[in-house]
Design a protein around this ligand. Structure first.
Ligand code: HGY
Ligand code: MN
Ligand code: MN
Length: 419
């Protein structure tokens, strides 16, 4: 990749500048939050479409709000190598999680275009609209629509303001009935390659800027509601209370202990809602989320069952009524060995030591794997910090990721019976 662009910027500087530009599109003035089907989603999508077109791609928005750029191959209408990542964020997010993969992919296509290079296949770059699943409890909605596995029941899901996904799509100018048109055929693609920050400490510990991902850990997301009895904080004797929040507090400590005592198991309670929510009222209802992960599906599913058992026992003892819903279930998804091999070869060609590692974080590849084989390139991030404003990638590592991705693209060999 040209080390300096027309504006004299280095690759890393150019990438970092676009990361900052995209990060300025947030619902909050004090941190980065960009949710699915929001005004910020629309503004960010417009910027990405502009960058895709400037890079020589045709670009469009699909029926669920993903943005897709296409750079034709030497011949028109050829199957494509799909690149990309997501451009929605968590709340108060870091600015590299997602956008780095899209911006780097666009930079690679811009370089091919600058050299007037056409490959024996097309290249598509996608910006997925909802990987984090912050607004509606289910996740990977954009990539599931692309893969043709979108579950229509998700349309009834509501955000914290009570707006359904169906209403939000309509309000965004999309027709919920058309989501099926976002689905692509397996024959449209040769593979999916996502570049993403590691969001963990391994590459930094290994002293390398990039790595090749072996598999994406599966995750289960649950919504748990404990129903008790609201009452006067000053008059109901402690022994007579059915305090929903105290019950949730005991559940949270039990889940944390279960995961601490079980190596390789990750359990997180990230959201909680207390009703009616007044300091002088005993909480009558409390809803909280559980995110449970492991590299092994069996291990995770066993752990989820055990956690549900704990919740039911605690609720029973406290005369609370539990309601437990599984909102998302993503299986552990392997990265195709033939793609891992091509990524490792590119890393070596670019002069780095190839480090293979699993991803504890979820990615759109978990859904895209139902459409085509997936591969992932990780880029080192400082301290492994992510889902936090301190998330950071150095200019050199951003450039290293771009050089490896471009090398994979230019040397890409479609899967053969042998590979
Ligand atoms: O939750 C995850 O692992 C991803 O960041 N969505
Ligand atoms: Mn994330
Ligand atoms: Mn991500």
């Amino acid at each position: 990749m040209a080390t300096t662009s027309m504006t004299g910027q280095t690759t890393g500087e150019a990438i970092a500048q676009r990361i900052d530009q995209l990060a300025s599109i947030s619902e909050s003035a004090t941190g980065l939050t960009r949710l699915f089907l929001s005004a910020e989603h629309r503004n960010a999508a417009e910027l990405l479409l502009t960058w895709m077109r400037e890079a020589g791609m045709s670009a469009r928005t699909d029926a669920i709000g993903n943005v897709i750029g296409r750079y034709e191959g030497a011949k028109p209408d050829q199957p494509a190598l799909l690149l990309g990542s997501h451009f929605d964020t968590v709340r108060n997010a870091g600015k590299w999680d997602g956008p780095l993969g899209i911006i780097t992919a666009i930079a690679c296509v811009a370089e091919l275009n600058r050299q007037h290079k056409r490959l024996p296949f097309a290249v598509e770059v996608i910006g997925f609209a909802d990987e984090e699943g912050v607004r509606f409890a289910s996740t990977l909605l954009g990539s599931r629509a692309l893969a043709g596995t979108f579950d229509e029941s998700a349309l009834a899901g509501r955000d914290s303001d009570g707006v359904s996904l169906r209403e939000a799509l309509t309000g965004f100018g999309l027709d919920p009935q058309n989501i099926g048109t976002a689905a692509r055929a397996p024959s449209d693609y040769l593979a999916y390659l996502e570049l993403h920050i590691e969001q963990g400490p391994v590459l930094e510990a290994e002293g390398v800027p990039v790595g090749v991902v072996t598999a994406i850990s599966g995750a289960t997301r649950l919504a748990v509601t404990l129903e008790g009895m609201a009452g006067h904080a000053g008059t109901v004797p402690m022994a007579m209370r059915r305090d929903a929040l105290s019950g949730v507090a005991e559940c949270i400590v039990a889940i944390e202990k279960q995961c601490r005592d079980d190596p390789g198991l990750f359990g997180t309670v990230g959201t909680i809602r207390v009703e009616p929510g007044a300091s002088n009222v005993i909480p009558g209802r409390c809803t909280f989320s559980i995110d449970m992960r492991s590299a092994s599906d069996e291990h995770r599913q066993f752990a989820v069952k055990a956690a549900i058992g704990s919740i039911e026992r605690i609720a029973g003892r406290r005369r609370l009524v539990p309601r437990i819903e599984i909102k998302h279930e993503g299986r552990t998804t392997p990265c195709a060995p033939w793609l891992q091999a091509q990524i490792s070869a590119a890393i070596a060609r670019r002069g780095y030591r190839a480090t293979a590692l699993p991803s504890g974080a979820g990615h759109d590849g978990m859904a895209v794997a139902d459409l085509t084989d997936i591969g992932m390139i990780f880029v080192r991030c400082r301290g492994g910090v992510s889902h936090h404003p301190d998330e950071h990638v150095t200019l050199e590592d951003a450039a290293a990721g771009a050089s490896v991705l471009l090398d994979v693209i230019e040397q890409f060999q479609p899967k053969t019976a042998a590979s």
